[in-house]
Design a protein around this ligand. Structure first.
Ligand code: FAD
Ligand code: UDP
Length: 390
């Protein structure tokens, strides 16, 4: 192996570092991933029967307000004009999300103006007035008042996290805006869209460089294959994007993650929901949400099957070591444990930890790309420059 840099994980963090190292330092890069495909959790594939692009690890919508990231990703793909909109089913009715004037008026059977709705919610949220809510439960009530919180957030969050909302960080729902207009765009970022040719085509283009080599189906911790931790760490710079606790063989304990189980259902109709994402706010529906992939790409209607559609229903649960870790639970104990691992990570010779798993962070794609661009400049480039013989 003659690579100047080894990257563990072909997700967006690893691919961004690989692309930068080849382009900026002319480095030979070896990527290794335990999965049989590149792209990490953003990987997708085409479903032959329906013509839908299935996002294998759950629906992925690209959005960012970071001009650096937007310019960077547009080097490798164009984006459709898809605008993400989500609906939720509560008590037999479908409501628009995120909570907006439409949701509020439908819920209260009213015709409040923006000012009236604002006043109503302020009154309902008044029980926590003057406090600085630190957990999800208090944050939710302070943002939208108890009635809306209990209808749309409380039970969904309980299904999604199976953790008392009072023990969850408030940041989880700060992602969900509340609007006193009828604007039901899910994201409020400057740019959003889906990669025109699909996620995998985008990510293949990122590493379309003869200096970048990818080895799939290979576990970095498997000593029986050559691209392993014991053989490489300390000898060549390594970027590690797998779980940080796994790297240290869980020596200090396990960080908690949530995983998602998907149940696939196929229907004899062209469109089952009339939208791409339907959430289920109530506890009696075991799923958190259902994804109808065809509806992410209406611009591909001509190549999609008009008579069949595919839906994936999502159910979340605590991950075991054998599951895909999706969402960091991030309780106070988890954070303390993560910091203990992070100080060990700082002492690893020539190893940069990054990405969602490597830094135990709830990152969106644009955040992962931004942090990878930063990590390249500040951590990886200096390591490459210091390598003897380069
Ligand atoms: P990953 O994509 O997880 O890549 C890490 C890679 O490391 C994996 O391919 C893994 O196989 C590999 N690896 C791990 N251990 C080893 C090992 N021992 N040896 C070799 N390889 C190893 N972001 C958005 O912007 N919009 C969304 O709508 C969105 N929706 C999401 C929905 C779900 C259900 C999930 C889970 C995430 C979502 N995200 C979304 C976040 C997005 O997936 C991540 O930000 C991004 O994919 C993280 O990239 P990464 O490279 O850090 O990690
Ligand atoms: N959420 C909720 N009800 C909903 C949608 C989201 O309570 O209908 C909360 C829930 O706690 C969830 C968080 O908002 O974990 C973030 O949701 P989002 O859909 O943005 O995150 P994703 O699961 O797609 O990462």
């Amino acid at each position: 192996m003659n690579a100047h840099l080894v990257i563990v994980g072909a997700g967006l963090f690893g691919l961004t570092i690989a692309q930068q190292a080849a382009e900026k330092a002319g480095a030979d890069v070896q990527i290794v991933d335990v999965r049989q495909h590149i792209g990490g959790n953003a990987y997708s594939y085409m479903d032959e029967e329906t013509g839908a692009e299935i996002h294998k690890y759950g629906a992925h919508l690209f959005h960012t307000s970071n001009p650096l990231v937007w310019t960077y990703v547009n080097r490798f793909t164009s984006f459709t004009n898809y605008v993400h909109r989500v609906y939720t089913t509560h008590d037999g009715e479908v409501y628009p999300l995120p909570i907006n004037l439409g949701t509020i008026n439908q819920f209260f059977h009213a015709h409040y103006t923006p000012a009236q709705a604002r006043e109503l919610i302020a009154r309902q949220a008044g029980e926590l007035a003057g406090t600085d809510p630190q957990n999800l439960n208090d944050k939710g009530i302070s943002l939208i008042g108890r009635p809306l919180y209990e209808a749309f957030i409380k039970n969904y969050t309980a299904k999604q996290w199976q953790t008392n909302p009072s023990d969850l960080p408030s940041g989880i729902i700060t992602r969900l805006p509340v609007r006193f207009t009828y604007d039901n765009r899910y994201f409020k970022d400057t740019w959003e869209g889906l990669p025109t040719g699909g996620y995998t085509a985008w990510m293949k283009r990122m590493i379309d460089d003869p200096r970048i080599h990818v080895t799939l189906g290979t576990d970095f911790f498997d000593d029986s294959q050559p691209l392993n931790k014991n053989r490489l760490v300390g000898k060549v710079p390594v970027v590690y994007t797998g779980p940080i606790d796994r790297y240290f063989d869980y020596a200090l304990g396990e960080l908690k993650w949530r995983t998602v189980d998907f149940t696939e259902v196929r229907y004899d109709e062209g469109d089952h929901f009339g939208c791409p994402v339907m959430n289920y706010a109530d506890p009696d529906t075991p799923y958190t949400r259902a994804i109808e992939f065809k509806n992410f790409n209406p611009e591909r209607r001509d190549s999609q099957n008009p008579d069949r559609t595919v839906v994936w229903k999502e159910r979340s649960r605590f991950a075991t070591r054998l599951d895909e870790p999706y969402y960091p639970v991030n309780t106070v104990q988890d954070k303390t444990l993560y910091h203990a691992y992070a100080s060990r990570a700082h002492q690893e010779p020539g190893v940069v930890f990054g990405g969602r798993l490597g830094t135990y962070a709830y990152y969106d794609m644009h955040q992962v790309i931004s942090s990878a661009l930063h990590a390249y400049e500040h951590q990886v480039a200096p390591l490459l420059a210091a390598e003897p013989g380069r």
